[in-house]
Ligand binder design. Structure first.
Ligand code: NI
Length: 252
């Protein structure tokens, strides 16, 4: 069994989410709400499909447009049995830092919600590595678990995050021919530190790079990790599934 710990399978991404969910039969999908408007849809998918769980949260790109109602709605769902985390949340300075103060405020508010409801946080960080790390370190409770979605930082920072109890989300980027840093991280660090993801519909792994991604392609990520570490795909599936279940406090 494989677990895709992070993907976007609502109707903003797919005309027919049912198809990509069916392709993941006997595996698990953790659907991440990509925008405040998709939260209700993620909740609906988790109710409809046994193998779909959800994380809900407000992405930093909505830092200047979200409402207190959006946050209240998220809080109201945090005791839902299939909502297993808050995310993706974090900081994104790729398009500038004009709203950095708002981004930080939104990030901290959601970490505090995760602390209050004992939910795992799923982090998005782009061009803001150190500030993201410092906020997590300062605001996260010791017992709040964390996943670095689509990890793209340095080996040193990965080690610092692991000290905070984090797991690193490894996705399709690992399979890209020119990607060296992430391959080095996967080689260096123990398999116990990784969870698999696709970030579908984005970041499609080889051999389908360029096409629309879907959760089933998580198997190509598993295969690449197996190749780099010189172990079987079955072993990668077994350990990363254990890691994901642990990190989301999920009992099947
Ligand atoms: Ni994502």
């Amino acid at each position: 069994m494989l677990i895709d710990t992070h993907c976007h399978i609502d109707s903003e991404s797919y005309e027919n989410p049912e198809e990509v969910i069916k392709n993941m039969k006997n595996n698990i999908i953790v659907a991440s709400a990509a925008s405040p408007s998709s939260i209700n849809e993620v909740i609906a998918l988790t109710s409809k499909y046994e193998n779909v769980y959800g994380t809900i949260g407000i992405h930093p790109e909505f830092a200047s447009t979200y409402t207190e109602n959006d946050l209240a709605m998220i809080e109201s769902y945090l005791d839902h049995p299939k909502i297993i985390g808050i995310g993706e949340i974090g900081l994104d300075y790729h398009y500038g830092k004009d709203d950095s103060q708002l981004q930080k405020e939104l990030f901290i508010k959601q970490i505090e919600l995760a602390n209050k409801y004992n939910k795992t946080i799923v982090i998005h960080t782009r061009d803001a590595a150190l500030e993201t790390y410092n906020i997590i370190k300062d605001y996260k409770n010791d017992s709040t678990k964390l996943i670095l979605h689509c990890y793209s930082g340095s080996l040193e920072m990965a080690k610092d995050y692991i000290k905070l109890g984090a797991k690193l989300g490894i996705g399709g980027v690992l399979t890209f021919k020119n990607e060296k840093k992430l391959k080095e991280i996967v080689k260096e660090l123990d398999l116990s530190n990784f969870v698999l993801e696709t970030d579908s519909p984005y970041l499609t792994p080889e051999p389908y790079r360029g096409k629309k991604n879907e959760p089933m392609n998580v198997k190509f990520v598993a295969a690449k990790i197996a190749e780099i570490k010189g172990i079987t795909i079955e072993k990668v599936a077994e350990i990363t599934t254990q890691n994901s279940l642990f990190q989301f406090d999920l009992k099947l």
